[in-house]
Ligand binder design. Structure first.
Ligand code: MN3
Length: 198
């Protein structure tokens, strides 16, 4: 059974970007609900139990049709939010160093160029979805709870939740202000730790 991953900070510790109340709802209600519904879907389809979330999502097309939509939506929601929380920190912000800095600079010339492109793509997401930085430097967006893990893409290093539930409590409809504040809590050390050596 999957469990809601523990946060590495307190729910009131990311106030440069989101309030304690926002995290209580986003983590404690929304992420918890994805977790619970993922477990319910696995209870109903026990032959898929025992796999990692990455394995389930990587092979989503091979899942029986009766279970595929639930695993895609709830499993994607579980995985995407887990990465979202993992790559933020009260001590985040600034610019990356190390491997992530090399990936960004070789693709975008500078951190500013990267941040501008990531922000523009995030603003262009219509409805609910996510923006992603992949290990090859590409920035992609996905709709709903779709995840790069299911789409044959490279390892996702960083993601930003663009569902209204991510910012409506603190910013109402002002997605641009949420994105601007989010850069202050990106945990570049955690992002660097995700880069796979090859
Ligand atoms: Mn969310």
């Amino acid at each position: 059974m999957f469990e809601l991953p523990k946060l590495k900070y307190g729910m009131g510790d990311l106030k440069q970007c989101m309030s304690e109340e926002a995290i209580q709802f986003h983590y404690g209600k929304h992420h918890q609900a994805y977790t619970d519904k993922l477990n319910l879907a696995l209870d109903a389809n026990p032959k898929y139990k025992g796999q990692t979330i990455e394995d389930l999502l990587t092979n989503i097309d091979a899942i029986d049709e009766s279970a595929r939509t639930a695993l895609r939506n709830q499993g994607g929601g579980y995985y995407n939010h887990s990465l979202f929380w993992e790559t933020m920190s009260p001590k985040g912000g600034g610019e990356p160093s190390g491997r992530v800095s090399e990936i960004i600079n070789s693709n975008y010339g500078s951190f500013q160029g990267f941040a501008e492109e990531f922000t523009n793509k995030s603003m262009s997401v219509f409805g609910s979805g996510w923006t992603w930085l992949l290990q090859n430097g590409n920035i992609i967006t996905t709709a709903n709870q779709d995840t790069p893990v299911s789409m044959g893409y490279e390892v996702p290093l960083l993601c930003l939740d663009l569902w209204e539930h991510a910012y409506y409590i603190d910013y109402r409809n002002r997605r641009d202000e949420f994105i601007k504040a989010w850069w202050n809590v990106v945990d570049w050390q955690a992002v660097n730790d995700r880069v796979v050596n090859r």
